[in-house]
Write a protein that binds this ligand. Structure first.
Ligand SMILES: [Ca+2]
Ligand SMILES: [Ca+2]
Ligand SMILES: [Ca+2]
Ligand SMILES: [Ca+2]
Length: 379
């Protein structure tokens, strides 16, 4: 089992455990029948990180709280190859430092971001961090770090000695974007991780030097005036090439999350997007040569997608999808989507979310797992 997979599982166990513990407490007992009991140990572990919201051009003061409520992220990888997972946190205010917590094998972590060269990423003229994803893009055995931002994203090459080098410019990735998501995936199956970066706000917007205050969505239901998503092909020589238009994946919906998996079982990884202010999108990968926006029953279903998770809900060896949406009674109730994959049989997904699956409040993140058998995970 890869560490990355273990980490996702561990995070899921933590989340489920917390729910069980809370449920148990509410029922007058602690622990519960599943035998899971967790306690909050961040402070004892040496982790006291607090995300700070970005500031914005004063012209947006009336909607600043709404716009700036994005950007808290933690991503996990074993960056120093000692088989212990480490943590990278992003914050979003100029002058505030991101944190890289190295796992000290005794339940404690130590922030080494400054000496590693991955702390001071939030600078005027450069932008602020919105999140990060790890991936070994040069296959040297060391996990590298891509930080997506409102501003210039940054690719930080892991030198293998505890330090990182900012290679953004020479990699060809210094493109101003207002991004809230990115994934590494090998769309052309050449063994090199490629990069898909989602645009939320348009890329011509500089939130600290606004030329216009017309920055928001054109529609609550079917907006397509967001930032353009970009696909960068890994050329294998440390550079990336923008292949967005030739591959046909430049959605300008307000994408908050992307996930890749082979949804139609043809061997090629497809792309699934959770979009705010609009319908979800599935791009089918045709042999790594082009993608096609599928008509899979998604296009008329306006939602406010926040996160996308992939799992095999009924153990059918299929990739099903869960997308969280705004569900707050009295404000906007859209319900989460649990979409069962019937692409082979019917050419579409079936949406089956009901009860607490549909209504978990104003939901953001989500992950699949099997909490009953503990070890038989469903993705
Ligand atoms: Ca480690
Ligand atoms: Ca590497
Ligand atoms: Ca590739
Ligand atoms: Ca496929």
């Amino acid at each position: 089992m890869s560490w990355r997979r273990f980490i996702v599982i561990a995070a899921f166990v933590a989340a489920i455990g917390a729910v069980l513990a809370l449920n148990g407490r509410a029922a007058g007992r602690v622990g519960g029948r599943a035998g899971i009991q967790l306690s909050e140990v961040s402070h004892e572990s040496g982790i006291d990180f607090v995300h700070q919201e970005t500031t914005l051009d004063p012209k947006l003061a009336n909607i600043a709280a709404h716009i700036a409520a994005l950007g808290a992220c933690v991503s996990v990888a074993d960056f120093n190859n000692d088989n212990w997972p480490d943590l990278y946190f992003t914050t979003s205010r100029f002058g505030a430092a991101n944190a890289l917590y190295v796992n000290q094998h005794d339940g404690t972590f130590r922030n080494v971001a400054a000496e590693a060269g991955v702390a001071s990423l939030n600078r005027p003229g450069e932008g602020v961090s919105m999140g990060a994803v790890w991936g070994d893009y040069d296959n040297d055995g060391n996990e590298d770090l891509f930080v997506y931002k409102w501003g210039y994203p940054q690719l930080l090459h892991n030198l293998g000695n505890g330090r990182f080098e900012d290679v953004t410019e020479k990699a060809g990735l210094k493109r101003w974007m207002n991004s809230n998501g990115a994934i590494w995936f090998d769309f052309d199956r050449d063994g090199l991780l490629d990069l898909y970066v989602t645009g939320y706000f348009r890329s011509d917007i500089d939130f600290w030097h606004l030329k216009t205050t017309h920055v928001m969505q054109e529609s609550w239901d079917f907006a397509s005036n967001g930032g353009k998503n970009l696909l960068f092909k890994n050329m294998g020589d440390g550079t990336f090439k923008d292949v967005t238009d030739s591959l046909g994946v430049g959605s300008t919906r307000w994408t908050l999350a992307a996930a890749a998996a082979d949804f139609n079982d043809d061997g090629w990884p497809d792309l699934y997007l959770a979009n705010d202010y609009g319908p979800e999108e599935l791009f089918i990968n045709h042999g790594g040569k082009r993608f096609e926006l599928a008509r899979a029953g998604l296009e008329d279903d306006s939602k406010s997608g926040m996160a996308v998770a992939i799992g095999d809900v009924y153990n059918r060896d299929r990739h099903d999808i869960f997308v969280t949406n705004i569900s707050e009674r009295g404000f906007l109730f859209q319900g989460n989507n649990l979409r069962i994959n019937f692409l082979k049989e019917l050419g579409r997904f079936d949406e089956i979310a009901k009860g607490v699956v549909a209504d978990a409040g104003w939901a953001w993140g989500a992950q699949f797992g099997d909490r009953i058998t503990m070890g038989c995970w469903t993705w």
